[in-house]
Design a protein around this ligand. Structure first.
Ligand code: FAD
Length: 290
């Protein structure tokens, strides 16, 4: 089912993001993770692709696996290094496998790779997919604290409006740790005339390696509560796991209480984390969706 139709049926969606295994690895590297995530009954599972789009075939392969487990897949498609014919090939493969939900992304620029002559922004990709005859449902990315390339949040929101006007029917946010940033963003996009549903992206900080990577790469603001948690439990794996899950759950409870249209969990292919979080919020989700 198209994700935009799911938004019409439910007050809040609940979904997971996974990434494909390395090109050389066997699909079995993620099979059991996908099966475990599917058993938790999410509305959909999104599958990332590599920045330059070179992993788009792997994305389709894992999206097929998600579908075979009875869950709707959302295939990420990037365009920063792709031509129209590259994207056409990807769309053909998705359409042939009846994968109808796409998250249309620009992707981060890859050092040394030739930038696309056909696509400058994600909105160009959205327009291209809309003209293509696949009947795809298209989501886009958004950034409650602003995209790092953009000088300010207001300009980024004006650019986001162009992407939505090009044909995006729902949005997924970049991870954030302070819900107030998300609430302010929601108010600002409403004022800008953006009225598509926005799902909040939540990343549980449960492992030392993630903590280092997320803090250096995402540019997300780190609230004092998280700094204290990291300072205290950085080298204590079990305690950090518990504290990271508890923090993510408290963020989710607050967002659902405030009427967010959905939670998208960046679970880093860790089914255990998804299980623990789902167990902690299942009654709340049921209550919200009544
Ligand atoms: P865009 O919407 O094109 O925005 C990029 C920048 O250009 C912004 O600063 C924006 O303000 C500006 N801009 C947009 N339109 C215009 C315009 N018309 N004029 C002037 N400026 C403009 N990366 C991957 O490689 N693979 C993934 O699977 C992946 N999944 C993601 C999932 C989510 C939910 C999110 C939030 C990000 C994901 N990313 C992924 C990262 C993403 O590709 C990068 O953040 C990338 O730098 C921007 O992609 P975008 O689609 O948001 O780009």
């Amino acid at each position: 089912m198209n994700i935009s139709d799911l938004f019409k049926k439910k007050k809040a969606l609940y979904s997971f993001e996974i990434f494909p295994p390395k090109p050389t690895a066997d699909i079995s590297a993620v099979t059991s993770t996908v099966q475990k995530l599917a058993a938790l009954g999410p509305d959909y599972i999104s599958v990332t692709c590599s920045a330059g789009g070179t992993g788009n075939a792997r994305t389709a392969e894992i999206a097929k696996l998600v579908k075979s487990c009875g869950v709707e897949p959302l295939a990420h498609v990037t365009c920063v290094n792709s031509s129209k014919s590259d994207i056409s090939r990807t769309l053909t493969e998705l359409a042939d496998n009846r994968i109808s939900n796409i998250l249309a992304l620009r992707g981060d620029r890859v050092e040394g790779a030739k930038p696309s002559d056909d696509f400058r922004y994600a909105s160009d990709l959205v327009s291209f997919i809309r003209q293509w005859s696949g009947g795809f449902d298209i989501g886009g990315a958004c950034y409650p604290e602003g995209h790092p390339d953009c000088p300010d949040l207001l300009t980024d929101i004006r650019n986001l409006k162009k992407k939505v006007d090009a044909g995006v029917t729902h949005l997924n946010t970049q991870l954030f740790f302070d819900n107030e940033d998300f609430f302010r963003f929601q108010d600002m996009i409403a004022l800008a005339g953006i009225d598509v549903p926005v799902q909040a992206g939540i990343m549980p900080l449960v492992k030392k390696a993630h903590v280092d990577r997320i803090i250096s790469l995402s540019g997300a603001k780190i609230p004092a509560k998280i700094s204290r948690m990291i300072a205290r439990f950085y080298d204590k794996p079990d305690a950090l796991m518990e504290a990271g899950i508890a923090y993510a759950v408290s963020q989710i409870v607050d967002l659902l209480s405030a009427g967010v249209r959905g939670i998208h969990l960046y679970v880093m292919n860790n089914a255990y984390v998804a299980e623990r979080i789902t167990e902690s919020i299942s009654h709340i989700l049921n209550e919200v969706n009544g």
